[in-house]
Design a protein around this ligand. Structure first.
Ligand code: EPZ
Length: 422
């Protein structure tokens, strides 16, 4: 197994580019199941999770090749309609094949994803949405067996919470249903809009892009297309916070500042300089400049992303006061706290809130820490970059699920960081 070794307390300087968004690539890959043919997806990050999704596609009978950042998928001959537990358990987003398979073939059998480190994460909204569109679902032996008797019928689908993959699954089902579907309290994340853009270019009719009310007028057929994955706003945010934590000046290219309204606002209120450009963001903090403690509350987009909560905590542990971090999306997303406490951070959890009492950086010290989930691992890397001494982060397979070449990119910025075999 591999781990990362960091010698901390060095500013980051220079320029890096971000990769395509993991959470857009996954639904756009699944969408290629909707209509037989050859698709070209550009800016697809090469990550553990995108590789898993492509394995699921292979099992269903699709054929794919990668040429640099472009993945070509031929979904003409589907030979299977089942996504197995062995793959779904490693990446719950595999459930995104349910909608397109139902729309194309009227049947799908997909393993239930099971529990996750950050919360129970059931898929009841997805299943109820499918049932609204005329699908019969049966849960047996840990699998969802979903079948359409006759044709999918447009209907109103309401989500208690604006579920991201729930919205994506119902979108990919309703595009080929008879009549009109309205999704109420839909997710507004940029990744959902990226999927809508691809579906519309395939011939779908969807209104309300970016809103919490989406109207889908079903069509008879769709066509294969070329599409491009948007930049990864969570990767962008992770590097912005890393520079805020270490000090330095970095320009991030190939990113989209408009996708990070809440984070940019919060970093500015911490006293960090942020300059937004066309496809670029420059972040700057003098190493000695104080970081002002700032409260955050995670919310659906455009609120503060839950996928940046852990990273922001790694900044607040060295701020000049007390910050309250309120996690409203997932019930168990403070797994990084115990590891940050091992670095002498002062964090107290009280239900869905964490009270972070900042300390001067010289009191935060590197040590051995363990990653527990994707974003928690990014938070530990940031804390290690800022802290004094050596930090060893183990179980980094979590990190590689969602960050392409993180060690190389940080080295480019002057970090003393390397990946070694345990
Ligand atoms: C997506 O997960 C992202 N994953 C997550 O990113 C992200 O944290 C999350 O949205 C929230 O922004 C992908 O896009 C692949 P939800 P998703 O359905 O769609 C509850 C990362 O680090 N809920 O929006 O699974 C759920 O438990 C990952 O990249 C139900 O109760 O999240 C949660 O409390 C982690 N029943 C809330 O809704 C359902 O059927 C929002 O979850 C669906 C969701």
């Amino acid at each position: 197994m591999e781990k990362i070794i960091i010698q901390g307390d060095r500013p980051l300087n220079g320029t890096i580019s971000v990769s395509g968004a993991k959470n857009a690539a996954l639904p756009l890959i699944a969408a290629t199941l909707l209509a037989p043919g050859t698709y070209k997806l550009h800016n697809v990050p090469d990550l553990r999770d995108t590789r898993t999704m492509l394995k699921v596609m292979e099992i269903l009978g699709a054929v794919w090749t990668r040429q640099g950042k472009t993945v070509i998928i031929d979904s003409t001959n589907l030979t299977g309609l089942e996504a197995p537990y062995d793959l779904v358990k490693t990446m719950r987003a595999s459930v995104l094949v349910l909608g397109p398979l139902l729309a194309r073939s009227g049947y799908a059998r997909v393993s239930l994803p099971g529990g996750c480190a950050i919360g129970a994460r059931p898929i009841n909204y997805h299943l109820r949405g499918f049932e609204q569109l005329g699908v019969t679902t049966v849960l047996a032996e840990g699998y969802v067996e979903a079948r359409v008797d006759g044709k999918l019928q447009g209907n109103v689908v309401y989500f208690d919470n604006p579920s991201v993959t729930g919205t994506e699954n119902i979108l990919m089902t309703a595009v080929l249903a008879e009549g009109t579907t309205v999704i109420k309290n839909a997710a507004r994340e940029p990744e959902v809009s990226n999927l809508i853009d691809m579906l519309v270019s395939m011939g779908a009719v969807i209104e309300g892009r970016g809103d919490d009310r989406l109207t889908i007028h079903g069509v008879k057929t769709l066509n294969p297309v070329e599409a491009t994955i948007i930049p990864d706003r969570i990767e962008t945010g992770t590097y912005l916070i890393a520079v805020a934590a270490t000090g330095g000046e970095v320009t991030i290219t190939d990113c989209c500042p408009d996708h990070l309204p809440s984070l940019i606002e919060k970093l500015r209120s911490c006293g960090v300089q942020i300059e937004e450009g066309k496809g670029t963001i420059t972040v700057k903090r003098e190493k000695q400049a104080e970081i002002r403690s700032t409260d955050i509350k995670t919310m659906p987009y455009p609120g503060f992303p839950t996928d940046l909560q852990a990273q922001f905590m790694a900044l607040m542990i060295q701020a000049d006061g007390v910050a309250v971090i309120n996690e409203t999306i997932f019930e168990n997303r403070f797994m990084h706290v115990a590891e940050l406490q091992r670095m002498a951070a002062d964090v107290r959890i009280n239900g869905s809130s964490a009270l972070v009492k900042g300390k001067p950086r010289k009191l935060l010290c590197g040590t051995q820490v363990m990653a527990t989930d994707l974003r928690a691992s990014a938070s530990l890397v940031i804390a290690g970059l800022a802290a004094h001494g050596k930090t060893e982060v183990s179980r980094i397979y979590h990190l590689e699920r969602g960050y392409e070449n993180m060690v190389e990119k940080l080295s480019l910025l002057g970090a003393d960081i390397k990946k070694i075999q345990e």
